[in-house]
Design a protein around this ligand. Structure first.
Ligand code: G4P
Length: 298
């Protein structure tokens, strides 16, 4: 499978980031808690050189809470302030104020030495498309200041949202381009739905998800779709091999067929509709209905 992001978008996003970054003291970097590494663009280190940085593990509600803690510890160890948040319901927002002060303490100290007191910290939210930037800005600002939506770049104009006497937030989030450094990163981005599903092979992706869940979260799929693990073997269903990478008869393939069966995804003639089942499975995963799942550990 080939994963990509359009170079035109990338150049524009980078230019915007470079322009806006000069105006700010602090980058509030949003990562997807389910894939903190794959949703981070490593170029942020160069772009945000000399700026304070606060990392937010957003969508923490969809991720495995014990792994959230591991990622927090990981980024803490690297010297960053980190907070796990759910921008949709506002969980974790209270902890951010302190984290902002913590992340900016050197700047605040520098200001103080120069006799500048109480100059607000100017911050910008940054992250890859769909990570929750607009939702976060709305939630953090406590009102609908920024439009939310699925497309990158829906927020226009350059305005500062005064959050309190200590923090001002640029209303336009910085868009970082996803970085497909390797197949694993591309796959993770595709799994959380950060890529147009039209350019990925949905069935293959669903089989990848099944393989991962059976390895790291055994029992979740059986529980969700109501099947017995012991039945998910090649011999019990006597499948033929097919062109799919997992192979018909392999456990992931049998599970996908079982999902089709349990959810009534059938083609005309009664054959299982694997594409429909794959879409259903991916939707269930992305909306957290299979469980709280993190795809990568530090
Ligand atoms: P962006 O600006 O970074 O591009 O992302 P945006 O805020 O538009 O959010 C993308 C999707 O992620 C939205 O869902 C939003 O509701 C969801 N989202 C953002 N933060 C969180 C979070 O912490 N937890 C969960 N569970 N979801 C989050 P959508 O399907 O596009 O819209 P909607 O149906 O939720 O309104």
């Amino acid at each position: 499978m080939q994963y990509q992001w359009y170079p035109g978008h990338m150049t524009k996003a980078k230019r915007m980031m470079q322009e806006n970054i000069q105006l700010i003291d602090l980058i509030i970097e949003l990562l997807d808690a389910r894939i903190p590494k794959s949703s981070q663009n490593p170029d942020i280190d160069t772009l945000g050189k000399n700026k304070a940085r606060l990392i937010l593990l957003n969508k923490a509600d969809l991720a495995d809470s014990s792994v959230n803690q591991k990622w927090e510890a990981y980024f803490n160890e690297k010297g960053y302030s980190v907070v796990s948040v759910n921008s949709k319901n506002g969980a974790g927002m209270k902890a951010i104020q302190n984290a902002v002060t913590e992340a900016c303490k050197e700047k605040i100290e520098r200001d103080r030495k120069r006799g500048i007191l109480n100059r607000p910290v100017r911050a910008m939210v940054a992250g890859i498309p769909n990570v929750g930037k607009s939702t976060f800005i709305n939630s953090f600002a406590g009102k609908a200041c920024a439009k939310t939506g699925n497309k990158p770049g829906v927020t226009k104009g350059k305005q500062w949202i005064r959050l309190n006497k200590n923090v001002e937030l640029l209303d336009t989030p910085g868009i970082l381009w996803p970085k497909f450094e390797d197949q694993e990163t591309g796959k993770n981005l595709a799994l959380i739905g950060s890529m147009n599903d039209e350019i990925v092979n949905t069935e293959e992706l669903a089989l990848e998800l099944i393989r991962f869940l059976q390895k790291d979260y055994k029992g979740l799929l059986a529980n969700k779709y109501g099947f017995d693990e012991k039945e998910m073997t090649e011999t019990s269903l006597g499948e033929q091999r097919s062109s799919l990478t997992c192979g018909a008869g392999s456990e992931p393939f049998v599970i996908l067929k079982t999902v089709a069966d349990r959810r009534g995804c059938l083609q005309k003639g009664g054959e299982p509709d694997l594409l429909k089942a794959a879409n259903l499975l991916l939707d269930d995963f992305r909306s957290g209905q299979i469980g709280r799942i993190t795809l990568e550990e530090p």
